[in-house]
Design a protein around this ligand. Structure first.
Ligand code: PEP
Ligand code: MN
Length: 350
């Protein structure tokens, strides 16, 4: 894919309410944030999980977005979920579109949107699918790209939580990092609002995103969050948005300070050496696993012995908890080591 990175400024900021509620609300917010944001957002058609929630005012809000555009000079963006939404946006001069998390999961809808966009190269932002399936996310980019659109951007908005968590949607930072490895030049922005679900976490999540070299942020901003018709817990006041943006620290990805660079290189050299040792140790371990496999084969023992596996887990976690290591990390690593040990043994015993 040859992505056209249309914005050069970093962080690129998109802000505005979750939903377009009325013209006054939109203009009020837009005027307060116009000098601090690049794009104004507002949902016109709202994909709600519960059918009794506010589902957006629909097409009439497109005119309000246009008014924001002409009064403030901001570019405007809204969410599309069907071909009809796309057509209405194009007819009403909406500058950019985003595809929501509940749409990215459905290839039929994404294809329908892609077909409706053929020949119109406007910026399209694609949110991650609700569940952590990177294939669906990549597939959505491919569908839109195949329609001739080149200004593509990813929005990381977190993933459905199966367990209790301080986040509304689990950030799973490894997913956007994986996406960047798959689609090299793709800009990625973070939506801390839908990750947090709670206004108090927005600043921390935003800073983490910048530390991870994200290109921008999409932050829900409302003039009266407690009365918002959707997502009221996570929206922040324009004043708060401006403070957060001022506090954020944008770190250089290319370090200017040569001394610091040299120090960093020294530490990296140590890491390289340790990794090399780790690989040698894994090789030694594998040699022993092979010896055990031959022994088990001769003595007609099964490969997997559950008590032994529990003992490995328990002792390794106990040892790690005496150090400054996360026992969960150790459990994850040993699960992998064990998985490959079983594979090695299966190969030998077959
Ligand atoms: C939104 O941005 O308001 C929205 C509905 O987001 P998501 O698709 O991430 O749930
Ligand atoms: Mn929202």
């Amino acid at each position: 894919m040859k992505i056209n990175q249309f914005f050069k400024k970093k962080p690129y900021v998109i802000a505005g309410p979750c939903s377009a509620e009325n013209e006054k609300q939109m203009l009020n917010i837009a005027h307060q944030i116009k000098n601090h944001t690049d794009v104004f957002r507002a949902g016109v058609w709202k994909p709600r999980t519960n059918p009794n929630s506010f589902e957006g005012v629909g097409d009439s809000a497109l005119k309000w977005l246009n008014k924001v555009k002409s009064e403030t000079g901001l570019r405007v963006i809204t969410e599309v979920a069907t071909a009809r939404h796309v057509e209405a946006c194009l007819k009403n001069d909406i500058d950019m579109l985003w595809i929501g998390a509940r749409t990215t999961v459905n290839p039929f809808y994404v294809q329908e949107i892609a077909n409706a966009l053929k020949g119109v190269d406007i910026p399209v932002f694609i949110k991650n699918p609700i569940h952590p399936e990177i294939g669906l996310w990549i597939g959505a980019f491919e569908r839109i790209y195949n329609s001739g659109l080149t200004q593509l951007i990813a929005i990381h908005r977190g993933f459905y939580n199966y367990t209790n968590s301080p986040f509304r949607n689990d950030p799973k930072w490894e997913m956007p990092i994986k996406l960047r490895e798959k689609i090299r030049d793709l800009p990625i922005i973070c939506d801390p609002s839908h990750i947090s679900g709670n206004s108090s976490l927005i600043e921390d999540v935003s800073q983490t995103a910048l530390d991870l070299n994200f290109d921008g942020l999409m932050i829900e901003t409302h003039n009266n969050p407690s009365l918002a018709l959707s997502d009221k817990n996570q929206q922040i006041l324009p004043k708060k948005l401006i403070t957060i943006l001022k506090n954020l620290i944008v770190k250089e990805s290319k370090l200017r300070d040569e001394v610091f660079k040299r120090d960093l290189l020294k530490h990296r050299a140590k890491i390289d050496l340790l990794d090399e040792k780790l690989i040698h140790l894994l090789n030694n371990r594998q040699e022993i696993v092979e010896i055990i496999a031959k022994f088990k084969d001769k003595n007609k023992l099964t490969i997997f012995q559950v008590e032994r596996w529990f003992e490995i887990l328990k002792t390794r976690k106990e040892l790690s908890s005496k150090m400054d290591l996360n026992p969960q990390m150790i459990e994850d690593i040993f699960e992998l080591i064990h998985k490959y040990a079983i594979l090695t043994q299966t190969k030998i015993m077959r």
